[in-house]
Design a binder for this molecule. Structure first.
Ligand code: BES
Ligand code: ZN
Length: 616
């Protein structure tokens, strides 16, 4: 039985890590990192053993270093291997340590290509085609394949690193860059993250990178060819950051930089501290996809300061962040945008509930993850069920005037800590008990067990303002009835000209609910709105999904193009699934995936493989 984290093999109840120093060199030929991880540890209870997480690492040696600097070699036992959680690295200490004792362990190790954290790209896979590239993605349990560690978000560490990379490449990390020096053909970049973070927020990128300054604390990084477009697209990042600070509390991480990755980056964004990673699919050319930036910025508080103790409480990261994201969007673009975003979130939640099944335990807000691979459990449930609960509470307890002071107090109370759902609930009660006791009565009436543990849709619905989506639904209805008598002349590009991205998505999703549409209708939609050539990937994706749901094979080239130029799971997985479900697409889906497998990030490739039934 686990007590702290079902997804870690470390003896978290006996020892904890305070600081990690990584001293690693990147070998692009062998596609590995090689070096040492030095862990400053502290005993919680009496123990003679330290158990660390690892996955697909080669452990060469382990030493404990005493206060005089003397090294004593440790016995290393790597015989416990869990199929999903990796290899436990058992280190036997020379003598028993007692609660509070501090010690330092230095492990010499090397990564292997089987690990899930690092994707190495060949020069051909980059935009510039001249230099290799690598990036890491550690959330949720992949840090253990980058360095041996207590890979649990219940442990918060500060970290520092020296990373040696071949010239002329640049290394960046989720930390403040402190210096760099030449070492022959290589450059050693040094970093320091003084604020304590969970292991999943350690991140590294190495490539031919250039930087454009946005403000005193914000910059955009990308390959040089892309830089101008990236800097333009994300020019509002400082404004978004200030909006978040106004809403929540001051930003504490010093810098907030943005790295635009190559197309195979499997997520929309990843909130690595000081340096958010984003997919290049956000380059819509019209700054219309900055809600992802608002989301990653919001993680600077929810997730990165207040962290879920283990992955069962992931909603504390993503639900709060989605809730904050929408409040930020409301302040920037108006309350209508927030309402639209909530409505889309509700539809996404519904879709996840259908995908897993309404009785699936994985659709609970707080799922049980013992024995489960968090990658398999990943869905919009913690995002949208979590945000749904917080929106519900906001309304139920008296609106933003009541809820916003609580939300700031919650962040202040728990910053620097890792918490679980009962810590969250207890503080909600204690905050209102001392600030507004009448509300406690209301809180007592909530069916908490259902909210946290019941599968399916939330126990109580939210009322969102339907007005901003009316025009989109109305247009969709008109198309559905035009499909019956082929009266397409009534439509023109003007219909959607003033739609926001979210409104166009709602229009297309509503149409997809009526799928399959007939071929003539789809051809008429395409010739009216030219959606296949939309640069905005949210719109293009929603259109392609609608077309595939209708077995409209005229879009196949565009689908294959989208599958070969980006590997963001949000698009890649459904496109493969939908193509595979088309009577004429099955074989093409499998063949295309087999051809492009090497382009995708290992996590994405594995998930698509499962989706297509190519693996269990
Ligand atoms: N932290 C997540 C990404 C993540 C979650 C990576 C779990 C690995 C495991 C990030 O903040 C996120 O939620 N990204 C979203 C964008 C957002 C606007 C919903 C994404 O990638 O689509
Ligand atoms: Zn997130």
């Amino acid at each position: 039985m686990f007590e702290i984290d079902p997804n870690s093999l470390s003896n978290l109840d006996k020892v904890t890590t305070k600081h990690v120093h990584l001293d690693v060199a990147v070998d692009f030929d062998a596609k590995v990192l090689r070096g040492t991880a030095a862990l400053e540890m502290q005993a919680i209870e009496t123990t003679k053993e330290v158990v660390l997480d690892s996955a697909h690492l080669v452990i060469k040696s382990a030493n404990v270093i005493d206060s005089t600097g003397k090294a004593t070699a440790l016995g290393v036992d790597t015989s416990t291997v869990h199929e999903v959680y990796g290899t436990a690295v058992r280190l036997e200490l020379p003598e028993t340590v007692g609660g509070g004792d501090k010690f330092r362990i230095v492990i010499e190790y090397e990564t292997t290509s089987k690990g899930g954290a690092i994707q190495f790209l060949t020069p051909e896979q980059t935009q510039g085609k001249k230099h290799p590239y690598l990036f890491t993605q550690c959330e949720e349990i992949h840090a253990r394949s980058m360095f041996p560690c207590q890979d649990s978000p219940s442990v918060k560490i500060s970290y520092s690193a020296d990373v040696c990379v071949p010239k002329p490449l640049t290394a960046l990390m989720s930390a403040i860059a402190t210096s760099h020096r030449d070492e022959g053909d290589a450059t050693v970049f040094s970093f320091e993250q003084k604020i304590t973070i969970p292991s999943y927020l350690v991140a590294l990128v190495v490539g031919n990178l250039a930087m454009a300054k946005i403000s005193d604390r914000c910059a955009v990084w990308s390959e040089p060819d892309n830089l101008e477009a990236c800097a333009w697209e994300f020019a509002e990042m400082e404004t978004i950051l200030q909006t978040a600070e106004d809403l929540i509390t001051p930003y504490v991480w010093g810098r907030y930089d943005l790295l635009v990755l190559p197309g195979s980056f499997p997520f929309g964004g990843m909130e690595n501290p000081c340096l958010t990673f984003v997919t290049p699919t956000l380059l819509a050319g019209d700054r219309s996809l900055t809600d992802v930036i608002a989301h990653e910025i919001a993680h600077s508080w929810s997730g990165n300061l207040v962290t879920a103790k283990n992955w069962e409480h992931f909603w504390l990261n993503e639900g709060w962040t989605t809730y904050f994201e929408r409040k930020i969007v409301a302040r920037l673009n108006g309350e209508d945008s927030r309402q639209l975003s909530c409505i889309i979130g509700e539809a996404d939640l519904q879709e996840s509930v259908c995908f897993y099944g309404k009785d699936s335990p994985l659709t609970a807000l707080v799922p049980k993850l013992d024995g489960i691979d968090p990658d398999d459990a990943y869905s919009t449930v913690p995002y949208d069920k979590g945000a749904h609960l917080l929106y519900y509470l906001e309304q139920y307890l008296g609106g933003p005037a009541v809820f916003e002071p609580y939300m700031r107090s919650y962040i202040t109370e728990f910053q620097g800590k890792s918490i679980d759902t009962s810590d969250w609930k207890n503080y909600l009660f204690s905050y209102f008990a001392s600030h507004d006791p009448a509300k406690v009565e209301l809180l007592n009436q909530i069916e908490w067990d259902k909210w946290f543990n019941a599968p399916g849709m939330p126990p109580v619905g939210n009322k969102y303002d339907e007005r901003p989506q009316k025009v989109c639904l109305h247009l969709a209805e008109r198309w559905v009835s035009a499909a019956k008598d082929s009266t397409y002349a009534q439509f023109s590009p003007k219909d959607i000209e003033s739609f926001s991205t979210m409104q166009t998505v709602i229009f297309l999703t509503r149409l997809a609910d009526s799928a399959p549409l007939n071929e003539d209708t789809l051809a008429a939609i395409e010739s009216t709105y030219k959606l296949t050539s939309y640069r905005n990937c949210e719109v293009r994706f929603s259109w392609l999904a609608l077309a595939l749901k209708s077995n409209y094979m005229a879009v196949v080239d565009a689908v294959i193009d989208m599958l070969s130029t980006q590997g963001r799971m949000k698009y890649t997985r459904p496109l493969y699934r939908l193509l595979h479900a088309c009577p004429d697409g099955r074989e093409l889906a499998v063949k295309t995936f087999q051809r492009l497998r090497g382009y995708y990030h290992p996590i994405c490739a594995r998930m698509v493989e499962k989706d297509l039934g190519l693996q269990n």
